[in-house]
Design a protein around this ligand. Structure first.
Ligand SMILES: [Zn+2]
Length: 300
């Protein structure tokens, strides 16, 4: 029986899990503040210390999911993620493995999420997954492997440009789909257009769109752009499965069926054959499950 620790670092918290083989024996999260990389490391260390106490025997390794482009060989963050600026060029693999003297693997968080979701299919299929949350993450699993591109910057479908004269994205480019279709972007678009409505959160926006046609028209345009972006990615990758996950897509009033219908309408017939388009299943635990699968592959 092997134990693994998996951490999923986000913009304001670290989710974590301790696995004993396939069983999740602890799952929780701890918040961190934006006080620089040292503070993030301190939070990570306190979480690992807690996880170590839970493990009946010494863990076989630690997997860390992180925002940003991750050099998975060196376990380094390449540049900086707009959602976690103080983590710029961090070297979590080196720092954590030196402190705990055990194997550490770092991986992009969206890749881990999709890898976890792809486990449903036994890794026999090519799976393209999206996570719609504060930003838009994506990952592509090509049979059993996370596709990382030529310099660890692949599978960033959230930054495909759908309007070169459009809105500014958090990545610094103009017109990425993330600047339109992430939870924070949709919220921003509606608050800019209807400041007097004082929408309190993204759920309030989506709920109101179901009630008012003029609001729904804007959401439909956003859904259409999202479908174009997904279909373009599908045209290149020809996956067997498209998964849609993330907090935004879990809101009941999110137009998932409309997105599915529109996306399929933009995909050529040859690629639509036996294509599965469905919602992700593991919710906010997907990255932890992806981390477990990664750990088993590396150290199992
Ligand atoms: Zn972008």
């Amino acid at each position: 029986m092997k134990n693994y620790i998996v951490l999923d670092l986000g913009g304001s918290s670290v989710k974590y899990g301790v696995f004993s083989d396939d069983s999740l024996i602890l799952s929780d999260k701890k918040t961190h503040q934006n006080k620089g990389a040292n503070h993030i490391y301190e939070t990570i260390f306190s979480v690992i210390d807690k996880c170590m106490k839970i493990c009946e025997k010494r863990p076989s390794g630690i997997v860390l999911g992180s925002p940003g482009y991750i050099d998975t060989v060196q376990g380094k963050v390449i540049g900086c993620s707009p959602n976690l600026k103080e983590w710029e060029n961090a070297e979590p693999k080196k720092v954590i493995s030196e402190k705990y003297n055990m194997p550490v693997q770092a991986e992009n968080d969206a890749n881990l999420m999709v890898f976890g979701e792809a486990s449903v299919y036994g890794y026999k299929k090519n799976v393209l997954g999206y996570t719609f949350g504060t930003g838009i993450g994506s990952g592509f699993i090509q049979k059993d492997e996370i596709f990382c591109g030529s310099n660890f910057a692949g599978s960033e479908a959230g930054h495909t440009v759908i309007n070169p004269k459009g809105r500014l994205c958090g990545c610094g480019k103009i017109g990425c789909i993330e600047a339109y279709a992430s939870a924070s972007s949709i919220f921003k678009i509606f608050n800019e257009k209807y400041p007097e409505r004082n929408f309190s959160n993204i759920k309030a926006v989506l709920d109101q769109c179901q009630k008012e046609q003029k609001l729904n028209k804007i959401l439909t345009e956003i859904t259409d752009l999202t479908a174009v972006s997904i279909a373009n990615t599908v045209s290149i990758l020809n996956p067997e499965v498209i998964l849609i996950g993330g907090g935004l897509s879990e809101i009941a009033s999110y137009p998932f069926e409309e997105l599915k219908e529109k996306t399929l309408s933009y995909i050529p017939a040859a690629q639509k054959k036996s294509l599965i388009f469905e919602k992700a299943r593991f919710g906010n635990k997907a990255a932890l499950i992806g981390g477990l699968e990664t750990a088993k592959k590396l150290w199992g």
